[in-house]
Design a protein around this ligand. Structure first.
Ligand SMILES: Cc1cc2nc3c(=O)[nH]c(=O)nc-3n(C[C@H](O)[C@H](O)[C@H](O)COP(=O)(O)O)c2cc1C
Length: 222
């Protein structure tokens, strides 16, 4: 498990498994097995360590890792907003890239393309996504719009944490769902966590991330 642009939250399961495997077999067969791990990318807009959103994020990491995925967390706080190039349609529309992606966007865009599955997790600010997540998503959907984009058909888990009044958690998920519709992402689940439901909602986040990484598909009947 790797955390990019953020703090390592101490999830060593993947490393421990890899070490155990290496001690019991040769490197070539480990590399072969690693090729089959699900790449599970978590996009986080949470600027805070600890707190409700961080605890929800950790459940997603734990669930995906326990399901056997290779988990990575990226944070998007430092990226710029969309510049709305040209007359409103920039190179993103026909070249599937951002004109100023060198600010860190390109690197995360590549990770998103390579991931098998995604989780987007954000604190609720002003009844909406954190501005950082919204800015990232605004740029990403312009590059990956529609059925032919790199996100089409990938499964995603949507999580928001409304740590204040609890207001806005549902509207925020709707906002995230619109991004999924624009990019043809397949919503596996959408979970809204607040101060008085987080005991059972965090258990749900763990279970959802785990079920995804174990290979369950949205649309299957249990
Ligand atoms: C600018 C700002 C706006 C916020 N707006 C809301 C809101 O609309 N609804 C809500 O329930 N909480 C709101 N909060 C609280 C955050 O949702 C909460 O801090 C977040 O879930 C992270 O939880 P934590 O502070 O325990 O880490 C807001 C916080 C900030 C900083």
């Amino acid at each position: 498990m790797m955390i990019t642009n953020g703090a390592d939250s101490g999830f060593g399961k993947f490393a421990a498994e890899a070490r155990d495997f290496l001690f019991h077999t040769n490197f070539a067969s480990f590399a072969e097995r690693k090729d089959h791990f699900m790449k599970y990318l978590i996009i986080s807009g949470n600027p805070k360590k600890d707190g409700l959103c961080d605890s929800a994020l950790k459940e997603a990491v734990r669930g995906a890792a326990d399901g056997g995925a290779d988990v990575e967390v990226v944070t998007v706080e430092k990226l710029e907003r969309c510049h709305v190039c040209g007359d409103g349609w920039g190179v993103c529309w026909d070249q599937n890239r951002c004109a100023f992606g060198g600010d860190g966007f390109d690197e995360i865009h590549e990770k998103v393309k390579k991931a098998d599955q995604l989780c987007v997790i954000t604190p609720v600010y002003w009844w909406e996504m954190a501005e950082s997540v919204k800015c990232f998503i605004d740029r990403l959907r312009r590059c990956e719009f529609g059925q032919n984009g790199a996100l089409a058909g990938k499964q995603v888990l949507l999580v928001d944490s409304a740590g204040g009044t609890g207001n806005g958690g549902i509207g925020c998920l709707e906002q995230m769902e619109r991004f999924c519709k624009h990019t043809a992402l397949n919503v596996f689940d959408a979970i809204y966590v607040n101060r008085w439901n987080n005991d059972y909602k965090k258990a749900a986040i763990y279970a959802a991330a785990r079920a995804m990484s174990e290979g369950r598909k949205a649309g299957e009947t249990l």
